[in-house]
Design a protein around this ligand. Structure first.
Ligand code: NDP
Length: 242
């Protein structure tokens, strides 16, 4: 075990779960939060392998819950070294059909949630004079996607936010980077029709969808000592799609 503590939001399933398991494997103490899904499974898996994990229920769109979550992590582990802003939602709709509610829900979860978690996590990181913020954006935030204007706006917003934080806190020992996944096999993409997958795979040079583990490896690298001189970057992990 190492002393460092990592928080992964949306860590009960999909990409977040793979990141949580990877960090545990690397010896971090891991905190995971989720909304409806229970973190019990991922926490148990980590404990079974001799790691330390804390599962928290937190809606990242609620600033008070987010503050309480960070307080609970500090109370349990005494520090917070890595924040992975992974929790997110995707909704598909053409522009005229996007309701105010749908737009706000997407922006509030993906972008405002990232802001709330980073704002709360930055205080312990500043005290430690050390921290890693890794935000999960999307290739859709880099290149857009028909039917996902709200999702694209939220993910592009995350990129601007990451770059600003990188400039604001670089001198305080804190790095901020974004990872932009392509098409990854999780519940989020499970509903896509077979025909759509066929077209997507044709446009991916590596000719396969990504796995949650493909993303987890890059996130673990960005948190590692090897990435000490990298900040303000967006790394596409997309099989060459971009
Ligand atoms: P999933 O839908 O499989 O999981 C999303 C996770 O986020 C769930 O654990 C979910 O919780 C959690 N979550 C959603 N809203 C909130 C909230 N308000 N508060 C706390 N937790 C919340 O998604 P993926 O694993 O596929 O995606 C993870 C991230 O990667 C997202 O940000 C997504 O946009 C991004 N991404 C995914 C791609 C893909 O192809 N899959 C491609 C590009 C980016 P619950 O289980 O409780 O619903």
């Amino acid at each position: 075990m190492r002393d460092e503590v990592a928080l992964i939001t949306g860590g009960a399933r999909g990409i977040g779960k793979a990141i949580a398991l990877r960090f545990a494997q690397e010896g971090y103490k891991v905190a995971v939060c989720d909304l409806a899904s229970k973190c019990d499974d991922v926490v148990q898996k980590i404990k079974d392998k001799g790691g330390q994990a804390l599962g928290l229920s937190c809606d990242i769109t609620d600033p008070l819950m987010v503050k309480e979550m960070i307080d609970q992590i500090i109370a349990a582990f005494g520090r917070l070294d890595v924040l992975v802003n992974n929790a997110g939602i995707a909704q598909d709709n053409l522009l005229p059909r996007i309701s105010d509610e749908e737009w706000l829900q997407t922006i509030n979860t993906n972008l405002t949630g990232t802001f709330y978690c980073t704002r709360a996590a930055i205080r312990p990181m500043l005290k430690q004079k050390k921290g890693r913020i890794i935000n999960i954006s999307s290739v859709v935030g880099l290149r857009g996607n028909a039917g996902q204007s709200h999702y694209a706006a939220s993910k592009a917003g995350i990129i601007g936010f990451t770059k600003a934080i990188a400039r604001e806190y670089g001198s305080r020992g804190i790095t901020a980077n974004a990872v932009a996944p392509g098409y990854i096999q999780t519940d989020m993409t499970a509903h896509l029709p077979k025909e759509y997958w066929k077209d997507i795979l044709n446009s991916i040079p590596l000719k396969r969808p990504g796995t949650p583990e493909d993303i987890a490896g890059v996130v673990a690298f960005l948190a590692s000592a090897d990435a000490a001189y990298i900040t303000g970057q967006v790394i596409a992990v997309d099989g060459g799609l971009m």
